[in-house]
Design a binder for this molecule. Structure first.
Ligand code: ATP
Ligand code: MG
Ligand code: MG
Length: 287
């Protein structure tokens, strides 16, 4: 039993989020802390055209006082998997969050600290003097210093083949920097890049068919790229904690710029950029 759990845990790598939000489970499942918004999305997704792109959802479980969502462990059975988490969209905050932050423009010292940690020169003189920033300022800054606002996605984390976890992408902004990260993540292996490209194109097709996609503002959701030593490579949609249904009758295009009020998330802007970057990486890998 000890051996089993040690082996089971060794394949678990978490690239984003609070470590306490996940628990390993048995039978190729992982438990993610319950969140009503995400839970509703997962239920709907199980009978949507996107089902093949989402980890299987098996319902709820409780551990002590806490509730968890039972998800397919996408790393199960992989040996030394190499993973990348790409957070999709041209913004990573909800319109709702922006409105709340504006109505309550309290100064946040925790967000100032996070900002200074990434870039000591980011706060203005006034913000430095206050040792605090507003939440709105912080949310918009984060999207602007990464590739979120310009490319429609950003890299949250990458593991390397030797198990090292890289999370220092908060200021990875230009397409040259992102392309570099993609090349190193795939180690320029054409078979892996080809497999990713075909999965991205299948995802694009499924999104066109998806009722869920038409009717949801998808914020802070990621594409999880996973490959291992065999040329197996796959991409999954994860993290629906900030994915909200739009008012009935409103259909999002996902490919038009966001202006406040239109609820657009730019998901397809990111997917298109990502696809063309993987295509270029493949061309480069083939010399
Ligand atoms: P945040 O909102 O800060 O991004 P979160 O708590 O909502 O974090 P997720 O983004 O869903 O968590 O997941 C965090 C990480 O956990 C992912 O980057 C990935 O490495 C891993 N992960 C999540 N779901 C799965 C899964 N079903 N199978 C394998 N790994 C997963
Ligand atoms: Mg996430
Ligand atoms: Mg989340």
């Amino acid at each position: 039993m000890m051996q089993w759990s040690a082996r089971r845990q060794s394949s678990w790598v978490q690239l984003a989020g609070h470590p306490g939000n996940f628990h390993p489970s048995e039978g190729g499942e992982v438990l993610k802390r319950y969140n009503a918004v995400e839970n509703t999305c997962l239920e709907v997704l199980m009978s949507d055209a996107l089902r093949q792109f989402v980890p299987q959802y098996y319902g709820l479980a409780s551990r002590g006082e806490d509730s968890y969502m039972r998800l397919e462990d996408l790393l199960s059975g992989q040996i030394c998997p190499v993973i990348m988490d790409c957070k999709m969209g041209v913004r990573t905050f909800l319109e709702e969050e922006l409105m709340k932050a504006r109505h309550n423009p309290s100064l946040r010292s925790d967000m100032y600290q996070k900002m200074v940690k990434v870039d000591p020169s980011a706060p203005s003189e006034k913000e430095h003097a206050q040792k605090a920033v507003t939440k709105q300022r912080y949310m918009q800054w984060r999207d602007n210093v990464s590739s979120t606002s310009t490319l429609g996605f950003r890299i949250e984390g990458i593991t390397t083949e030797n198990g090292k976890v890289l999370r220092d992408f908060k200021m990875t902004q230009t397409s040259a920097q992102v392309a570099e990260a993609l090349l190193s993540f795939t180690n320029k292996q054409p078979s892996i890049l080809e497999a990713y490209l075909s999965r991205l194109s299948a995802l694009h097709e499924a999104l066109k068919e998806s009722e869920f996609f038409r009717t949801h503002e998808i914020i802070g959701s990621s594409l999880l790229f996973i490959h291992d030593r065999t040329s197996r490579a796959n991409i999954w949609m994860i993290d629906f904690g900030k994915t909200l249904p739009v008012p009935s009758g409103l259909h999002l295009g996902h490919d038009i710029p966001w202006t406040e009020g239109n609820r657009e998330d730019g998901y397809l802007i990111g997917l298109t950029t990502l696809t063309s970057m993987v295509t270029k990486a493949l061309e480069q890998s083939q010399g």
